[in-house]
Design a binder for this molecule. Structure first.
Ligand code: RM4
Ligand code: MN
Length: 383
């Protein structure tokens, strides 16, 4: 089984996955949950140590604010990881009731732009190159504000942020169908995100969060189209049954994850040169967080491994010959191949545990964290 395509492939994990999080009903707490960004990074490093697949951690500002960024960077590097994308936060300030980058009040827009300039500074100090912008702006009621006016304000605000990027920095622009606004989000879909990116310039790319579409959306089509335009900057991987469920990636629909990775492989975008950043954006409500992240990372690896097994030559021939069933069978053969033993062998060859979840449970890390991290306030989504 040739899995060479996995060489160099990596996944980025989110700092907020290690803190407590939940639905709007209840946030369950667990002993040993990190109390600060340092401890979140230690937990993320554990995922990397056991899987060899997750060498970067995304930060969320202001949740992950620290006094000394070079010290946090050093802590990450000492633990074998680096700082990945820096996420801005436009959804927790009273000033943003009517929006942030699209707010009718220019002073609020300025504040939101300035927050991004602060994030760019964090990136310079931590060695991060991606700023991820997720815009919660939108309208709850028809007529509440001008749909078009808000797009003009958005274009202007994004321009101010984009113009402040260093040449090696990228903007990742996320979209979301609904929530927190219900009538109309200001970046509801990939088309709107792409239009703004095209207007801004080559350093602006789209981030596709797999939980941010209408049910039934063909996500692999979007992946293909963004790759065609060279504007797929990143994924926010997670699973959903109904809305933005933020569940373990590959848990709700592993076949969809495979179809997405098939488009990635067809374009060669799994290789590091493609610059597609394969990030996770998940929250673990009832399950343990570190094993939840390990499982997620392994699910992405497994989907990629299966996609790498597609016989591209035979597929192209079947497609050219109009062999409908044959072409579909080639894809399904790859999907239905059990790659678990081959992946375990590959891990072993690299000095990694064959079963990273079992290795974590046996390591005593969780018990030690529960003792060491007594006292203080546990980190949680939103703080
Ligand atoms: C949003 C969005 C962002 C993430 C936050 C935590 O729904 O998906 O990517 O930064 O949640
Ligand atoms: Mn996201």
């Amino acid at each position: 089984m040739n899995l060479d395509g996995l060489n160099g492939f990596s996944i980025e994990v989110p700092s907020w996955a290690y803190g407590n999080s939940g639905t709007r009903f209840k946030v369950f707490t667990t002993k040993g949950v990190p109390r600060n960004p340092y401890e979140k990074i230690s937990d993320a490093a554990e995922v990397n140590r056991l899987t060899g697949l997750a060498p970067r951690v995304s930060l969320h500002i202001p949740w992950d604010l620290v006094d000394d960024w070079s010290d946090l960077r050093r802590h990450a590097e000492d633990n074998g990881v680096s700082i990945g994308a820096v996420n801005s936060n436009l959804f927790q300030e009273d000033d943003y009731r009517l929006g942030s980058l699209c707010n009718p009040d220019p002073a609020v827009r300025r504040k939101a732009v300035d927050h991004h300039l602060q994030c760019l500074d964090v990136m310079r100090q931590t060695g991060s190159t991606d700023i991820k912008v997720w815009l919660p702006d939108g309208l709850n009621y028809p007529g509440q504000d001008s749909l078009r006016g808000r797009q003009e304000r958005l274009a202007e605000s994004l321009r101010a942020i984009y113009d402040a990027l260093d040449p090696d920095q990228r903007m990742l622009l996320e979209y979301k169908l609904f929530e927190p606004a219900f009538y109309s989000m200001d970046i509801p879909d990939w088309g709107t995100s792409l239009l703004h990116c095209l207007a801004l310039g080559e350093q602006a790319t789209v981030v596709l969060d797999t939980g941010h579409h209408a049910p039934g959306t063909n996500i692999e089509f979007i992946v293909m189209q963004l790759l065609r335009q060279n504007r797929l900057g990143a994924f926010d991987f997670n699973s959903r049954f109904y809305a933005d469920d933020d569940l373990i990636v590959g848990s709700a629909d592993p076949f969809q994850l495979f179809r997405i990775m098939s488009e990635i492989v067809a374009a060669g975008a799994h290789r590091p040169e493609s610059k597609v950043n394969f990030m996770l954006d998940q929250c673990h409500n009832i399950e343990e967080k570190i094993p939840g992240q390990i499982r997620s990372v392994l699910n992405v690896e497994q989907a990629l491994a299966k996609a790498l097994l597609i016989d591209q030559e035979a597929l192209a021939t079947a497609q050219r010959d109009g062999d409908v069933l044959g072409a579909n069978a080639i894809l399904m053969d790859a999907y239905e191949t059990d790659v678990r033993a081959a992946l375990a062998d590959r891990r072993e060859e690299r000095g990694l545990p064959r079963d990273p979840v079992a290795a974590f449970l046996a390591s005593g890390y969780a018990q030690k964290a529960a003792t060491d991290r007594a006292g203080g306030t546990q980190a949680s989504w939103g703080a």
